[in-house]
Design a protein around this ligand. Structure first.
Ligand code: MOS
Length: 728
């Protein structure tokens, strides 16, 4: 009997390659004749490049080419397709933001390219960029969404009628993806065929975007991204560095590698918009909501990018209320392109609404868990659909029990341990949990192993292992018998990209379908092939079980069968459709975070001392990697609450552009995190019942930290991050 690996602890199949340095990342490819490029970025915030002096650079040793707006290579605007930015790199002299690419130097070594780039000078005509969200008024929105009870004229009227009202305005600066692996591209042309080695969250999308910007057929571009050192949204679009690299490699007739420095990443591959939000709650004195309003003003670069919508994944789906209005506005600024980042709108949105709920709990004297249960939604407040499966109430209760929520200090600033103030806070986690279309190829091989391939990618999340687990489960074989393949745009088209926490929920059903079809194909081959011991039988009399094909008393493993038939492999490809996003159900994953902090009475030093989170995500495919994802998300939340922030200066320069100044949590900032999930397969999402969980841990976790800090200190910090100076 084989035991299904679904939901069990499976070690990463790519782990040994990674920890021994044998997993090649984008910059680890060294084709013959390779040359190196280094980018030049603009040093003014808005204006025009008047001239550039490249003479010293061109005369420097080993330099092969210097591309600038004045001596460019043709790149086509792909914005209408999949581009993130609405201009085209090096096609004009306009500087739209500080840190925009204005040049590329190519030389025979990395060091020579970098040194020559430093010899290029640029003269600008510049004006003051618009950079400050704080100084800007309300942005513009396509229109607010609202539901009002019969007879209620406006949300303001509904709020005014409430016995208790709360107004909370929170703000945060830009945040950056800071994936561990810097973006890098190695472009190799052979005849008119391009192979691009780069990190990618979706190699197939990536290939078509690059093809569009080069003006070649999509089939001429192959993106290989087998190993990707983090993405968090920053590896969804193909950015200008990759387009430039591919175009320059073509122009030079040489393989070219462009690796960005850590500093360059801060302005060239997207960031999370700075955002200011106001949540207004109106409630009965028993805490039941009468009205909820959620307004936001998010940075929207003039060069375009990801529109940050913090309310649609949070306030619009979280609590029952007769009156609700969300207005998500965008403010045009001269900043680098933004992009989706780790629970893109949901993480900031949850900070706003879950902070406001904590304030309502304080005002009404109702326990924060009880307050959320009193406002529990069984339908979307905007939209009105039922949830496919929702056990958030159990998350609250189980989480409270595991954490010891009943020991929470009732009054803020009432518990101490020596000079440390101790506080506890909680918040809700929510993130979309549907699935998209996907495709997979499954191949029985005559070496006794099975290839399980899909055009998705693994950005460190565990997708390699997910393919192996899904295939092993569907075929009744050991995980070790699976040979997963991903991270290659040449794999069956339609693979689910690693975005929106959807890759696993989308890909597992495709693997299951392909496994079923591969079994059917194997049986068909067994009855049709004259060298098969099953030749001539009715396929209905032949069955497959745990790697063996049998009929009556005849039985043979697939490896021996393939060898007997003289066939190297039998395979099948299947595409599966995603759920209908406008269908009858709302698909969301849920959770409840509980956090304890210790704040030093004299220094304001904040230590997160305990964290417990309980999640409702449907079926978990791999307990090991699921736990890592959820813990990672919670760590992001701790970082978002206490560390991650990048203010922008009036000249358009970011205050931080390296990992010494842009702070993310390190081990000393993170306690042991207790992650637990309920086991309720979602019957609507798919046969296996798995919803997404990748970004879920990041949603609400920052609010849980902030609410704990309030409980410890009695100080409500609404401008992130919560740093010690704000507690003194
Ligand atoms: Mo994600 S922020 O959908 O890459």
């Amino acid at each position: 009997m084989s035991v299904s690996p679904i939901g069990r602890e499976t070690a990463r199949v790519d782990g040994p390659l990674k920890v021994t340095g044998r997993a090649p990342y984008a910059a680890d490819y060294h084709p013959d004749g390779l040359v190196y490029g280094h980018l030049i970025l603009a040093t003014v915030g808005r204006g025009t490049v008047r001239e550039m002096d490249v003479s010293l650079a061109e005369a420097a040793p080993g330099v092969l080419a210097v591309y600038t707006p004045f001596r460019s290579i043709r790149i086509i605007n792909d914005f209408a397709g999949r581009g993130a930015e609405n201009y085209t790199v090096l096609q004009d002299t306009t500087v739209r933001f500080r840190g925009q690419i204005i040049g590329l130097v190519v030389a025979d070594t990395l060091e020579r390219a970098r040194d020559a780039a430093a010899l290029v000078t640029a003269e600008y005509t510049s004006t003051t960029p618009r950079t400050s969200l704080a100084d800007s008024g309300p942005g513009t929105s396509p229109g607010a969404e609202q539901v009002l009870a019969p007879g209620v004229g406006s949300i303001d009227e509904a709020l005014a009628s409430a016995p208790v009202t709360i107004t909370t305005t929170v703000s945060q600066h830009a945040q950056h993806h800071v994936a561990m692996e810097p973006h890098a591209t190695t472009a190799v042309w052979q005849d008119d065929q391009l192979t691009l080695y780069c990190g990618s969250q979706g190699p197939q999308r990536h290939a078509s975007a690059i093809a569009a910007s080069l003006g070649v057929e999509p089939a001429k571009v192959r993106v290989i991204a087998r190993y990707t050192g983090g993405g968090f949204g920053s590896r969804v679009p193909a950015w200008n560095e990759a387009k430039l690299c591919a175009a320059a490699a073509r122009a030079l007739g040489r393989p070219l590698k462009v690796v960005l420095t850590r500093e360059q990443l801060f302005t060239t591959v997207g960031h999370r918009s700075a955002v200011r939000q106001t949540v207004r709650l109106g409630a009965e004195s028993d805490g039941r909501l009468i009205a909820l309003s959620h307004e936001s003003d998010a940075e929207m670069p003039a060069v375009a990018g990801w529109p940050l919508m913090p309310a649609e994944g949070t306030s619009a789906v979280l609590y029952r209320t007769p009156n609700i209005r969300i207005d998500q506005r965008l403010v045009t600024l001269d900043t680098p392109s933004t992009w989706a980042m780790r629970g893109p709108g949901e993480a900031p949105g949850a900070f706003a609404v879950e902070t406001a709920f904590d304030e309502l709990a304080t005002r009404t004297g109702i326990d924060p868990v009880e307050l959320r249960l009193r406002n529990y939604a069984v339908r979307e407040p905007l939209g009105g659909r039922r949830f496919s499966s929702k056990y958030l109430d159990q998350c609250y209760r189980v989480g409270a029990m595991r954490f010891g929520w009943d020991r929470r200090p009732r009054r803020p600033r009432s518990r101490t341990d020596g000079d440390w103030l101790i506080g506890m806070g909680m918040a809700t986690a929510i993130y979309q949990g549907g699935r998209g279309s996907s495709s997979a190829r499954v191949q029985f091989r005559d070496d006794g192993r099975v290839t399980v391939a899909s055009g998705t990618s693994d950005i460190g999340t565990g997708a390699w292992t997910m393919l192996a687990v899904a295939g092993a489960d569907a075929l009744g074989l050991p995980v070790a018998a699976m040979v997963p393949e991903l991270g290659d745009s040449a794999l069956p088209p339609g693979g689910s990209a690693a975005v929106g926490s959807g890759a696993t929920a989308s890909t597992v059903p495709a693997v299951q379908a392909a496994c079923r079809s591969a079994v059917t194909a194997l049986i068909r081959a067994a009855v049709e092939n004259p060298r098969s011991p099953f030749h001539g039988l009715d396929p209905a009399d032949v069955r497959y079980r745990q790697g063996r094909v049998s009929s009556g008393r005849r039985s043979m493993g697939f490896r021996d069968l393939l060898r007997a038939m003289g066939v190297p492999d039998v395979q099948a490809v299947e595409n599966t459709e995603g759920i209908d996003r406008d269908g009858p159900y709302a698909f969301q994953s849920f959770g409840a975070h509980f956090c304890e902090v210790r704040v030093h009475r004299l220094t304001g030093d904040i230590r997160v001392s305990r964290f417990t989170s309980v999640f409702d995500v449907g079926t978990v495919i791999n307990a090991r990697t699921a736990r890592s994802q959820l813990i990672g998300g919670i760590i992001w939340g701790i970082g978002g609450a206490l560390l991650e922030s990048d203010p922008i200066e009036p000249d358009g320069r970011y205050a931080a552009a390296n990992m010494a100044d842009y702070l993310v949590p390190v081990n000393a900032d993170v306690p042991a995190i207790d992650v637990h999930w309920l086991d309720h397969p979602d019957p609507q999402v798919s046969e296996v019942g798995a919803r997404g969980l990748g970004e879920l841990g990041n949603v609400g976790s920052a609010a849980a930290v902030g609410n704990a800090v309030f409980n410890a200190t009695g100080i409500r910090v609404r401008d992130l991050p919560i740093t010690l100076d704000k507690l003194l």
